[in-house]
Write a protein that binds this ligand. Structure first.
Ligand code: 13P
Length: 250
């Protein structure tokens, strides 16, 4: 099975509408010839609509950074799948460690958001990853596999095949400390094996697994050479058109 690589830029809480539009305008010519790779940018909610309009008709796809599971109602501060669909959003980052650590996101919430997104035709990018404490305890594989299993609860094998999972060790996020290629591969492989066990080998073969955490142009090639790493979820380096384009064109 050959999986199409997917490089996604998570802008986090960066870029106004004007800055976001300028970034995508700069990116369009730089990545227009990138073939055989899915390119995604994930702006903040306020910039989604404008960025989506600029990216429309190009090979750049747009993702949100969260979505709620209910269709509408009294959920102050949340955004629904219909609202994202209306403006051309095709992906959504879910369960990022920053949402889990700072905003109380739970495995159950991630699962509900993922199911709602998938049902609406938006591809979830489900994040998982361990803290430094868990890494040093040696129990990081169990921790990450458990997060993934809970996030995927209630999905069918055919559905899981179409999802994206992002392994982002928290100790490597924004620290300049990329996991070694062996560390990234070890956990991405364990995630794939867990998908095979919970669902089936076909789903495991098809599901795309990204690595995230201080990915830079200098590190992407070796990461992508790992058999179980199918892409990257990029933070800081996604805020610079040149750097992100270099990562896309690994
Ligand atoms: P950095 O690339 O800035 O380490 O961020 C990674 C990340 O959290 C992407 O979601």
């Amino acid at each position: 099975m050959s999986r199409t690589p997917i490089i996604a830029g998570n802008w986090k809480m960066n870029n106004t509408i004007a800055q976001g539009k300028a970034l995508v305008e700069a990116l369009i010519p730089l990545v227009k010839d990138a073939s055989g790779v899915d390119v995604v940018v994930c702006p903040t909610a306020t910039a989604l609509s404008a960025v989506s309009a600029v990216a429309s008709g190009t090979n750049i796809h747009v993702g949100a950074q969260n979505v709620h599971w209910e269709k509408s109602g009294a959920f102050t501060g949340e955004i629904s799948t219909d609202m994202l669909k209306e403006i051309g959003v095709e992906y959504v980052v879910l369960g990022h460690s920053e949402r889990r650590d700072y905003f109380g996101e739970t495995d159950e919430g991630v699962n509900k958001r993922a199911k709602a997104a998938y049902a609406a035709g938006i591809t979830p990018i489900i994040c998982c990853g361990e803290s430094l404490d868990v890494r040093e305890s040696g129990k990081y594989i169990d921790h990450v596999v458990n997060q993934v299993k809970l996030a995927l609860d209630g999905f069918s094998a055919d559905e899981v095949a179409k999802l994206v999972i992002a392994y982002e060790p928290i100790w490597a996020i924004g620290t300049g400390k990329t996991a070694t290629f062996e560390q990234a591969e070890e956990v991405c492989k364990a995630i794939r094996e867990a998908v095979a066990e919970k669902f089936n080998p076909a789903a495991a073969d098809a599901v795309r697994i990204q690595y995230g955490g201080s990915v830079k142009p200098a590190t992407i090639k070796d990461l992508m050479a790992q058999p179980n790493v199918d892409g990257a979820l990029v933070g800081g380096a996604a805020l610079k058109a040149d750097d992100f384009a270099a990562i896309v064109k690994f």
